[in-house]
Design a protein around this ligand. Sequence first.
Ligand code: G1P
Length: 246
Amino acid sequence: MKGVILAGGTGSRLYPWTRVNNKGLACVYSPTGNFPQLHYPLQTLINSGITEILITSSRDHCGDIIEFYGDGSEYGCELTYRIQEMDRPVTGIAQALKLAEPFVGRDKFAVILGDNYFEDTFKSEVEKFAKDKKNDCYLFLKEVHDPERFGVAVINNRGKITEIEEKPKEPKSELAVTGLYFYTNSVFDLTRELKPSKRNELEITDVNNFYVQNDICKGKILEGHWQDAGTCESARDIINFLWEKK
Ligand code: G1P
């Protein structure tokens, strides 16, 4: 299986620092080394057995990421890069995902957001998905106290996801859809059909809802710590977690 890290985005919630810096290269001060944020999703993929990885980022920051990671051999992976132009009328995670099509080809792949920290690794899920003939999508859920910041999943009493809402004002559950998604290459046909949302983005939640509605999506609730670094508070929480874990 291949891996894709989406590290575009303007990092507007971390302004003004992100005016000239990529959020993915923000330093996560940790007792085991001062690595950029991007290092954590990269390690999640590598520790899950995925070493052929594409990183997408914006024109102004891709150079810095390349300078830091090079071909990836220092970290035991093989890296490819693609530029995500940020001046396009439609943006969004599903829009960025389109850039991965030539890299992915006919393979199955994992997509991970560049600002997501996972304590868990996903080796057995990667192996299961590689063999899975029924499901075209695996999602990973985590109980959170502020679900309105995320895609929120509703599950039935058999643990099946029945619906996902993107940043609902009144969340129907506390289960956030984390920024790790496993897909078959069917996702590229879907992204071509997708219509922009009210905020003019191609939403990953619309992609995921297609799989949910067609009963070809499997969800798993995570045990370990999960956090995105979208806000200053959550970026700080990741650092705190790493120090407490020591
Ligand atoms: C995105 C997705 C959301 C998901 C979150 C995980 O939100 O749209 O569904 O729960 O990532 O980090 P964003 O971080 O772009 O606000």
